[in-house]
Design a protein around this ligand. Sequence first.
Ligand code: ACO
Length: 310
Amino acid sequence: MLTNADLEKMVETTDEWISERTGIKERRIADADTATSDLAAGAVARACRQAGIPAAELDAIIVATSTPDTVYPATACWVQARLGIAGNAAFDVSAGCSGFLFALELASNLVAAGTARRVAAVGAEVMSKVVNWDDRATCVLFGDGAGAAVCVEGDGRSGVLASTWGCDGSLAPLLYQPAGGTRLPTSLETLERRQHTVHMEGNKVFKHAVRAMSDSASRAMALAGVTMDDVRLLIPHQANTRIMDATRARLNVPTDKVFTVIQKYGNMSAATIPVALDEARDEERIRDGDIVVMTAFGTGFTWGASVIRW
Ligand code: ACO
C-alpha cells in the first residue's frame, strides 16, 4: 500500500492537496514481479468461484487493460495460461478507463448472440509501472488492481439491460503514453525523455470526463427505460472524487446512491468499476434484482455506460 504520507516523501506534495483535489488517501502497488495478468487471473478465478463456474468452462476471456504484460500477445492469453485452461478464446480490449464496460458489452453480446455461453470480462491494470514517479501531477493519481465479471446464459432476469459507448480520437494526445509503439518505438532517447509514462492534461480530461460520463449514463438509462428513481447504485469510473461528484450532480443523483472506492485504491483505470462492483456486492449495497448504472471515461477519449440488473 502507498499512502499520501508516503508520497509526501517522494515528490513535492501534501496529503491535503491529494485528498482535496482527488479524494485519494491510499493506493495498492504491485510488487516488481507482478504483472497485469497475475492480478487479472486472480480476479477471474474469484468471479468464477462466485458464479459457481469452473474457469475451465469459460468460452472466452476478455481483458480490458492499458498496461498489458507484453505488447503481444494479449494479456488475456497470459491470463488463460496462468489459469491453465488452454483452448477457448482470449483477447484484449484497449479502451483505457472505459475498457471494462466495453469488455462487458462484448461479453454480454457474445452470450446473447449464442456465440458463447460463459464469458469473463476483466478490467486489470498495473499503472504503477507506467507512471512517472517524478511527476507529482500524475503519480499521485493511480493505483494497481483488477476485477472481473462473468456473463452467462440465463433466464433473462439479470444482465446488461442497455449500454452506450463512444470515442473521439482527435483528443487522444490529451492523455496517452507517447512511446513504445510503432509511432515512437523505444529508443535510448524515448527512455531519457520518460516517454513511456502517462502524459496527461488533467484539467482538459476533467471537463470532458464529467460531460461524457453523465451524458452516457443518461442515454443508457433512456435506452433501458429506467429513471434514477429505479436505480439502486451509480458506479462511476473512479478517477477523482470531484469528477464523480460533478457527474452525480449533472445526473441529479443523491450522494447516497453513488458508490466510491477511490479513497482506498486511487485510479485503477479499467479496474475501478469491477472492483467497486465487487465491493458493493460484498457490502450488500447491491442485491438480486437491483438496477445499477456504471459509467466511464478514459484515454482515446473513450466513454460508455451500462445499465445492469443484478
Ligand atoms: N501536489 C501538489 N501540487 C500539485 C500536485 C501535487 N501532487 N500536482 C499538481 N500540483 C500543482 C500544479 O503544479 C499547479 O500549480 P500552479 O498553480 O503553481 O501551476 C496546481 O497544483 C494546480 O494544478 P492543476 O493541474 O490546475 O490542478 P487541478 O485542480 O486541475 O487538479 C488533477 C489536477 C487532480 C489532475 C485534475 O485535473 C484531475 O483530476 N483531472 C482528471 C484527470 C484524471 O483523473 N485522469 C486520470 C486518467 S483519465 C480518467 O481516469 C478519466
